[in-house]
Design a protein around this ligand. Sequence first.
Ligand code: TPP
Ligand code: SF4
Length: 263
Amino acid sequence: MTTSTPDSRRRIYTRPQTLVDRSTHFCPGCGHGIIHRVVAEQLDEMHLTPRTVGVASVGCSVFLYDYLAVDVVESPHGRAPAVATGVRRVRPDAFVFTYQGDGDLAAIGTAEIVHAAARGEQISVIFVNNGIYGMTGGQLAPTTPLGERTSSSPTGRDARQAGYPIPITEMLALLPGVAYAARGSIADPAWIGKTKAMLKRAFEAQLAGEGFSIVEILSTCPVGWGLTPVESMEHVARDVVQTYPLGVLKDRPQARTANAPEG
Ligand SMILES: Cc1ncc(C[n+]2csc(CCOP(=O)(O)OP(=O)(O)O)c2C)c(N)n1
Ligand code: SF4
């Protein structure tokens, strides 16, 4: 028997307004789709969409401009923090975020991210760490955990050959220009919720002129990892967190930097 409950009372889950109603190109089980949704929800809830400029990067998130209903500048190969700096300085009224993979941010764009953080730029960085170069075939990235097999380290990452994984968010957190740094995950519903709260706090830091903010999000690449979507989620929750512990690394509310807007 069907009930006559009005549709508005049964519906508990709807598409965020900022998420464009379109199929994505992401592989099944890819974390990018979840992260896009959470970012869109947060922009909706903070009423930021009309004043937001996103800065997209290279890699599988390159089509951010197709999926979020905000203005987006495409800035490949690690330059997103530099471009975001320019946008935010020219448009101090704008809310500006970058969306970068770990190949983009922690390899190709190491200089840009470090110097934007050091300058205390009023931007928010969404750093999607899936431990490999996803788009180009799953090669080793600076973030790849020790022992992890990739297409360019088929027997597992060996520190003697490829060095150690870079905990870049911990490194950035040391810089005085950084107001907020945290690491979340999309591996289970509880952590998706906590990660959304981290994004909220990071966005608030920018709006309050507190300085640079970054949320690293441990994500999945089932295709690059050679795992099923479920195995990928389990791998993040069980293994990847050993190298990259989850939680808030730095939260320095109300400390305004030299670049902060007055008022
Ligand atoms: C100068 C230059 N180097 C390398 C590449 C190839 N390339 C395209 S995307 C990418 C990295 C993508 O990895 P990541 O940032 O981790 O994003 P993901 O695809 O995993 O989301 C690379 C190396 C390129 N296009 N140009
Ligand atoms: S290759 Fe990996 S990161 Fe890229 S869309 Fe597929 S699962 Fe996602």
